[in-house]
Design a protein around this ligand. Structure first.
Ligand code: SIN
Length: 328
């Protein structure tokens, strides 16, 4: 018997349509339904018994925590009604954020696989149909069990922990900087070459229900000529945490350092990440007050923001939050 796979659609370029087939920009994202996506890929029914549900129909730049909540509830429902795996079609712009939120909150060892496309469904050489087929094959495969939330695009299998969009328009738009992909789709099947060692899914302490009321955690971007105004506004605006997307290895502009230190003294949890796109931000060993700040390790700022918001939903203690940044 074929495994049952639930495809949950959220919109994106994979469901995008342009006026002409040669147009790969200037299209509308998230306008086509699941039936149109399935019709472009008849081989899907050879792999799995598929059902589908629309969770959203958006351009993923507009992703919200309310949609994450609906998506997570729908995933639970699909597993409860016998799905062997889940595929989520998603815009590529925030795919890594949704994937990491689910990686941290879904209590399952069953496969949850995100995919998307860089070219709209109407384009010549659209990449969506093969990505969708690969996602269904991956979600239906025993090898994907226990690997946390996965993404498959352009033949590469990535962990939600490490995947980042690294190109604005290329079909090869995703990478896992430093650690590389988990594996590839080869001859129609997943071939894993490494595993994720950080904590996730069934062994995570976080709950998707926290998305109903996540604390305010803005990201500040480090740059030449920075001043104290945005840091002050974040605190005045009620930030429970701040992620600083620092220069280089997470270094903080002198003009922003003081307001961040005084925010930390008031109990705001500050996490240092890097704007570079690769490499770890490590602990400050100098013994200076920056030790108040928590290092994001290899999490990029947008993912550090998700972990910090979920962490703050559980605790305000800096030592516990530091432990979470080491474990997840
Ligand atoms: C989106 O993220 O919804 C639009 C861009 C894309 O899917 O590639």
């Amino acid at each position: 018997m074929k495994p049952k796979i639930s495809v949950l659609t959220t919109g994106g370029t994979i469901a995008g349509a342009a006026a002409r087939s040669e147009m790969i920009t200037g299209y509308r994202a998230g306008v086509l339904g699941a039936d149109t996506l399935f019709a472009a890929c008849p081989a899907l029914s050879d792999v799995a018994a598929i059902d589908s549900a629309e969770v959203a129909a958006i351009d993923s730049k507009d992703m919200t925590e309310a949609i994450w909540l609906r998506l997570a509830a729908q995933i639970e429902e699909a597993f409860a009604s016998g799905a062997a795996g889940i595929v989520i079609t998603h815009g590529t712009d925030t795919l890594e954020e949704t994937a990491y939120f689910l990686h941290l909150t879904m209590k399952t060892d069953k496969p949850i696989v995100l995919t998307g496309a860089m070219r709209p469904a109407t384009a010549l050489s659209a990449d969506g149909p093969l990505n969708l087929l690969d996602a269904v094959r991956l979600a239906a495969s025993p090898e994907a069990h226990g690997q946390g939330v996965l993404a498959v695009l352009n033949g590469e299998i990535h962990s939600a922990r490490d995947i980042q969009k690294v190109h604005t328009t290329a079909v090869q738009a995703f990478a896992s900087p430093d650690v590389g992909a988990l594996g590839r789709m080869e001859q129609g099947a997943p071939r894993f070459r490494r595993r994720v060692l950080t904590r996730h899914t069934a062994r995570s302490e976080f709950r998707f229900e926290s998305a109903a009321a996540l604390p305010y955690v803005p990201i500040l971007y480090g740059h030449a000529g920075a001043d104290s105004r945005l840091a002050a506004a974040a605190v005045e605006g009620g930030a429970a945490g701040i992620v600083y997307a620092g220069t280089g290895d997470g270094s903080i502009h002198e003009a922003v350092r003081k307001p961040l230190l005084s925010a930390a003294e008031k109990g705001v949890v500050v996490v240092r990440a890097s704007r570079t796109g690769a490499g770890a931000v490590l602990s400050d060993e100098s013994g200076c007050p920056e030790a108040y700040f928590i290092e994001a390790d290899t999490l990029p700022p947008a993912k550090a923001r998700i972990l910090l918001a979920l962490a703050l939903s559980e605790t305000k203690e800096r030592a516990k939050i530091r432990r979470m940044f080491h474990e997840y």
